[in-house]
Design a protein around this ligand. Structure first.
Ligand SMILES: [Zn+2]
Length: 260
């Protein structure tokens, strides 16, 4: 069967099709090969819901919730309503949930600013931001992330803090994300990320990253040590050549934390 976007048309191997999985935003309806192995087995089953309008401060988007049928985590795909103008592969941002950064605008990390930047880029050039829940603190959870902050305030860097807690430096899994992208018809993407590991993990899961589009936002006094750690110890492609100076009188402590 060919790409029609009809729910169920590509889920021969799913035995859980009760929830109408497999909706595809019309703008990404190019050929459609959900992430299956050679024998047709779905790597990591996910279920998509209806597509709705999502007008935001960053532009008008469409949104679709996806449930990870293995873990139960619920993710949100936020897409531009129109395909990329120039015929290029769509921009895709895999954004790991970060409550402190995304909601409260914490400057301990760069997540909130990265989220805003990615949405602006996607609104302008076309693509999808996949907001991955259950990935707080690179997968260790909110409470553990805050524990790691406490260790960082005692002098450890973001990698050492996780090691002190006996937790993995990066516990995130991208199989569900790759499956969502595949079911949305996003088989070739331009990835908005500085993290080469994401490219490798998506490739393993069957999503081809044709270009890495950097998302660096200016560093700050509060997050420069964290960003330097990501660059030095986690091989993130950061230049750290722009910096926002902290207003005198505010804390200039250097913090670290976990994320992307
Ligand atoms: Zn963060």
């Amino acid at each position: 069967m060919t790409a029609t976007g009809v729910p169920g048309d590509s889920h021969q191997s799913h035995d859980h099709g009760q929830s109408g999985n497999g909706h595809h935003p019309g703008q990404t309806g190019n050929g459609h090969h959900p992430g299956q192995t050679g024998n047709g087995k779905v790597l990591h089953p996910v279920s998509g819901g209806p597509i709705v309008q999502l007008p935001t401060a960053f532009g008008d988007f469409v949104a679709q919730a996806w449930t990870d049928l293995v873990t139960g985590a619920e993710h949100l795909a936020v897409s531009s309503p129109n395909p990329p103008k120039d015929g290029k592969a769509p921009l895709v941002r895999l954004h790991s949930e970060c409550l402190t950064g995304d909601v409260f605008g914490s400057y301990r990390c760069d997540c909130g600013e990265q989220l805003a930047y990615a949405l602006e880029m996607i609104a302008e050039f076309g693509g999808t931001l996949l907001y991955l829940r259950g990935q707080e603190g690179r997968g260790i959870g909110l409470a553990n992330k805050i524990k790691a902050y406490a260790l960082q305030e005692a002098g450890f860097d973001t990698v050492e803090a996780n090691e002190q807690l006996g937790l993995p430096v990066d516990a995130r899994c991208y199989k569900a994300a790759a499956q969502v992208l595949a079911e949305m018809g996003l088989h070739e993407v331009r990835l908005l990320s500085n993290n080469p590991d994401k490219q490798n993990r998506l490739a393993k899961a069957g999503v081809k990253v044709v270009e890495m589009v950097p998302t660096e936002v200016p560093s700050r006094d509060q997050n420069i040590r964290y960003l330097q750690t990501k660059k030095d110890r986690m091989e993130h492609r950061l230049t750290l050549d722009t910096h926002v100076v902290t207003v005198p009188g505010t804390s200039a402590d250097n913090f670290d934390h976990e994320q992307d």
